[in-house]
Write a protein of this length. Structure first.
Length: 401
């Protein structure tokens, strides 16, 4: 590895916040389909066609998480401070929904495995290849268990990442879809009852998507990313989605969509850096993206609870009642997510995050050379350069990689 001059990004990426809502909506739609809320064949066909691959929204979250964390990482920040900031973000919401899920289980007299609940509470459940463990209590929190593992690893890797050659970063980006494909024959070495866990839950396997986002963010920081603009990336994604939903087996669409998601993420980030308008950085989309984490944590718990309280609706609701119920669930989950974001997530991040002294020290840490920024753009969701350079070369010197 050689020393690669990079610069700390000077702009935020509101389009990526807005895109978080799209990913959350995909997961919501997938669960609407699996819970069979819509019974009318014509409407059900639309739901199935739109959201049959919605589970891949989690794949988007993992790629985006790696990208955003590298983009916003404060050079010189202590590992303990970084981890404290990340736990302040995810753990309060997790704890509230964990308690709510246990209360629902108590109400319905559902059996709860004590050790599974303990594993869930401390976010280590994804490491345990038992269905009653990794999907225990609030089952969607398995992804937080993966995220926690990523948070622990990233500060250890970042010093090497900053010095890595550009070619190595590109190798990671290209290799990840191939490694995702390799998971499927690799699962044959795992007992049959653990194969779903191995490909879909195991943190080591799911970290592939995270590291893909990490490498892409570092490339973009250096001005070394080469990819399509947002319009073309979006068209490629839609084409990939349609083809994958209709003709591609599961082990292949996971790899294809990882590449498609990465193209959209990097193109949206690049557009923000250049000061270009995107449909994802409007205030409504940014707000939806901000509450998407809370929405993700509550949506399955809310829907399953209502379905059980009302008799599970058998095979779904006929006529317009099915789509209306879906819209009702969407609105109810959004209201709860907004409340959780406003009165739990935000205040706890301020209270539990690093003290001001730690933030000041991280901000004062020596950083790499930066390119002078242009005059700020007119008021909008965030400030970005009004007249970005012809290429986003953040380094003052050419990257030797």
């Amino acid at each position: 590895m050689t020393s690669a001059p990079t610069a700390t990004p000077a702009v935020r990426l509101p389009s990526l916040t807005g895109l978080r809502w799209v990913a959350a909506l995909l997961v919501f739609g997938f669960h609407v389909g699996t819970m069979r809320i819509v019974a009318e064949p014509d409407y059900k066909a639309v739901v199935d066609w739109l959201f049959t691959l919605g589970l891949s929204g989690v794949e988007f979250f993992f790629i985006l998480s790696g990208f955003v964390l590298v983009w916003s990482y404060r050079d010189g920040e202590r590992r303990r401070t970084f981890l404290r900031r990340r736990l302040a973000k995810i753990y309060p919401n997790h704890l509230v929904t964990f308690v709510a899920a246990l209360a629902v289980a108590f109400w319905f007299a559902d059996p709860v495995v004590p050790w599974a609940a303990v594993a869930n509470l401390f976010l280590v459940q994804a490491w345990i290849p038992l269905g009653g463990y990794f999907y225990s209590v609030n089952n969607v929190s398995w992804s937080l268990s993966c995220e926690l593992a990523f948070y622990l690893c990233l500060p250890l890797v970042l010093p090497y990442l900053r010095r890595a050659r550009t070619g190595l970063l590109w190798a990671v980006v290209v290799a990840v879809p191939l490694l995702i494909l390799a998971l499927w024959p690799g699962q044959l070495l795992v007992p049959e009852e653990n194969r779903w866990w191995f490909t879909q839950v195991f943190p080591v396997a799911r970290s592939l998507e995270f590291w893909m986002g990490v490498a892409a963010a570092e490339l973009l920081r250096r001005g070394r990313w080469r990819g399509p603009n947002l319009t073309l990336a979006s068209l490629l994604f839609v084409a990939t989605w349609v083809v994958a939903a209709q003709w591609i087996r599961a082990e292949f669409w996971a790899a294809l969509l990882a590449a498609a998601y990465l193209l959209v993420i990097t193109a949206a980030a690049d557009a923000d850096v250049r000061g270009l308008r995107t449909p994802w950085r409007s205030r409504p989309m940014v707000w939806l993206g901000e509450v998407s984490f809370a929405f993700y944590l509550v949506h399955v718990l809310v829907m399953t609870t209502v379905l059980r309280l009302t008799g599970d609706w058998g095979a779904g609701l006929r006529g317009w009642w099915g789509p209306l119920a879906v819209l009702g669930f969407l609105a109810a989950n959004l209201l709860l997510a907004a409340a959780l974001h406003r009165w739990v997530e935000m205040p706890m991040m301020r209270r539990l995050g690093p003290p001001r002294r730690a933030r000041a020290q991280a901000g004062a840490a020596p950083s790499a050379p930066s390119v002078p920024t242009a005059r700020p753009a007119p008021a909008g969701p965030v400030e970005v350069p009004a007249t970005p350079p012809r290429s986003i070369e953040y380094a003052a010197r050419r990257d030797p990689g």
